[in-house]
Ligand binder design. Structure first.
Ligand code: NAP
Length: 256
């Protein structure tokens, strides 16, 4: 008798990961390609994408790259076309690309606000819109948004625009999930806590220590922690879950 598997493998499925050149997106791409999915990672920096793809060679799934600015709807359409050409379709879209510059309320000018909302909110909407036809054709389309605990659950001084963008993603996904349910596409989000990424690496060591002290499990998250939550949402067995969120934060939001 064969050993029962916990989940139907996603080997051979095609996944697009926006912001896959580093950080959480890179971690998601590594977990998905490790599970045998063929992955297309995108970002704005071609050499960074190349380096990421090189670092992901030798996994069971393939990893390709596409230079894309998710804040540009035309660029997102090119991404979807590339994925259709190179991967034969799109089963999974991880709308992960995001930025989190810090600025006090008085300092947030129109350009800074547009940059954060343009990438994090509009970029999510544009990438989902562009991938819709292929996701629907897949028959088991999955959209997995990387939101955050910041905004939907918590607040951080200096991140009011960022928090607004991360909460907006959840407003988007609930209505999108309703619209897309009859078309066989689920839309869910992972809400990371504090994950050790290149983006966080710019913070001072003292700030990182302070962040770690607030996490009940006593460590910053790893990008693989987010990758595994996203992988679960991509499985057939998660097919009845839509419009929902999974907090992955080592217990950070729990203390009263
Ligand atoms: P990161 O290490 O700075 O990586 C961000 C990725 O997004 C890079 O690949 C970047 O590539 C890409 N990107 C940024 N703007 C883009 C654009 N306009 N078009 C296409 N790609 C773009 O950041 P991270 O920490 O992994 O964060 C990834 C996501 O997780 C974000 O949505 C963030 O809000 C969320 N998150 C992170 C944490 C954390 O602790 N790190 C916690 C909660 C939520 P290019 O710059 O080359 O374009």
């Amino acid at each position: 008798m064969s050993t029962p598997q916990m989940f139907t493998p996603i080997a051979g499925r095609s996944a697009v990961v926006t912001g896959g050149s580093k950080g959480i997106g890179f971690g998601i791409a590594r977990v998905f390609a490790g599970a045998g999915a063929d992955v297309l990672i995108c970002g704005r920096d071609e050499p960074a994408l190349r380096r990421a793809a090189d670092a992901l060679t030798g996994l069971p799934g393939t990893v390709g790259t596409a230079v894309v600015d998710v804040a540009d709807p035309g660029s997102c359409r090119e991404l979807a076309a590339r994925a259709a050409d190179e991967l034969g379709g799109i089963d999974i879209l991880c709308a992960n690309a995001g930025i989190y510059p810090s600025a006090r309320l008085e300092e947030i000018g129109p350009d800074a606000l547009e940059a954060v909302l343009g990438t994090n909110v509009k970029g999510t909407v544009y990438s989902v819109q562009a991938c819709l036809p292929e996701l629907e054709r897949s028959g088991h389309g999955r959209v997995i948004v990387t939101s955050s605990i910041t905004g939907p659950i918590t607040g951080v001084p200096g991140w009011s625009h960022y928090g607004a963008s991360k909460a907006a993603q959840l407003g988007f996904l609930r209505s999108a999930a309703l619209e897309l349910a009859p078309r066989g596409i689920t839309v869910n989000a992972v809400l990371p806590g504090s994950i050790r990424t290149e983006g966080l690496g710019e913070l001072a060591e003292a700030q990182l220590e302070e962040m770690t002290a607030g996490i009940p499990q006593g460590r910053l998250g790893d990008v693989a922690d987010i990758g595994h939550a996203a992988l679960f949402l991509a499985t057939d067995e998660a097919g009845y879950i839509t419009g929902q969120t999974i907090v992955v934060d080592g217990g950070q939001v729990l203390p009263e």
